[in-house]
Ligand binder design. Structure first.
Ligand code: TXA
Ligand code: MG
Length: 321
């Protein structure tokens, strides 16, 4: 693996693309200080370039070269890095305009996966890395998923096995002493609030759902091609499964027996297990010959908030970059 990391670092330094594992999802990396290298990410993913990228750093000290950290930011960095947290902070000029879509802020993360850390240390540069999938499709949690979407578009794929967290990082924007949750993810909202001693403002999907989304709505972020319908209550989900005469797939954790369906993906006992298995399950279900995927949402606590967010987006209710 040492030789592979050295080769990957060389490709990145030369301005090429390398897909690498993180604890959340696989990233598609390029050096963040060179617009020509960053442009390759947008081209490979077919991603619109008004959607800013996260710059990855091996540690907090190095991250301070890429953004301005106040005490609040430093506290969160010390507490949660390395780990699945991204901080959006006022930027320094190192990370190029294309990577930040011209914003005055930059998203920074120190990943915990040992291969990601070794790679970042070996190349000694900020590495811009969105999830290593085509834009709008489900994020990859194995090297095989990356190959399915980006084969031939990336110079090297480092294989670090399946990602353990399974959903992307939690994104928090800090400005003028307030903290905003921009995307729920691998660090629970409650843990960040406890560390800060204040609530995070969040405008996301918190309302109960229980209304099947109309199939065929516009494809949105995290979306498989098959329609996903989200449910807060088991009885409503069951009624919908009966209405479809079992021409559906079930997705959830701790699913009871007896609901009519062609396929079921029971992801385990809690939201942590559900997060870890979620994207791989969505990919498998996408190949199932059913009318709809019926998903039972976890409670919006701990990793449940991120799982709900990804499932509701997969349902196409709100297209987001
Ligand atoms: O777990 C993760 O965060 C993974 C791994 C590879 O690190 N990366 C990831 O990147 O999920 P991506 O590009 O798929 O999602 C990054 C999100 C985008 O939705 C973008 O809008 C937001 O971060 N973002 C990045 N910089 C930002 C900024 N300066 N202000 C607001 N949002 C920002
Ligand atoms: Mg993504």
């Amino acid at each position: 693996m040492k030789a592979e990391i050295a080769r990957a670092a060389e490709i990145l330094r030369a301005g090429g693309l390398v897909a690498f594992p993180t604890e959340t999802v696989y990233g598609l990396g390029a050096r963040a200080d060179r617009p020509k290298a960053v442009a390759k990410i947008f081209a490979a993913k077919e991603r619109p370039n008004f959607d800013p990228l996260i710059a990855h750093s091996p540690d907090l000290t190095t991250a301070e070269h890429y953004a301005f950290f106040d005490e609040m930011a430093r506290e969160l960095g010390r507490r949660f890095w390395p780990g699945p947290l991204t901080l959006v902070l006022p930027r320094r000029p190192v990370v190029c305009d294309l990577a930040t879509s011209g914003l005055a802020t930059v998203g920074i993360r120190v990943p915990a996966h040992p291969l990601a850390r070794e790679l970042l240390e070996a190349c000694g540069l900020p590495i811009a890395a969105p999830s290593a999938n085509r834009f709008g499709y489900v994020s990859p949690t194995t090297a095989g998923h990356v190959r399915e979407g980006l084969r031939g578009r990336v110079e090297m794929i480092l294989d670090g096995g399946p990602c353990t967290v399974g959903v992307e990082s939690t994104i928090v924007a800090l400005e003028g002493g307030t903290a905003r949750l921009l995307r729920p993810g691998g660090v629970p909202r409650e843990a960040i609030e406890a560390a800060l001693g204040q609530k995070l403002t969040y405008g996301g999907h918190q309302a109960p759902v229980d209304a099947p989304q109309a199939p065929g709505m516009l494809k949105s972020h995290y979306a498989p091609t098959r329609p996903v319908e989200c449910f807060d209550s088991l009885s409503t989900l069951e009624a919908r499964a009966k209405e479809l005469n079992g021409d559906c797939a079930l997705l959830g954790c701790d699913l009871p027996e007896g609901i009519p369906a062609q396929v079921r993906e029971d992801l385990g006992k809690d939201a942590i297990a559900m997060a870890a298995g979620l994207f791989a399950a969505l990919r498998r279900l996408d190949a199932a010959p059913v009318t709809a995927i019926l998903a039972l949402l976890p409670c919006p606590e701990g990793l449940g908030l991120a799982v709900r967010d990804r499932l509701i987006r997969a349902g196409g209710s709100r297209p987001v970059g």
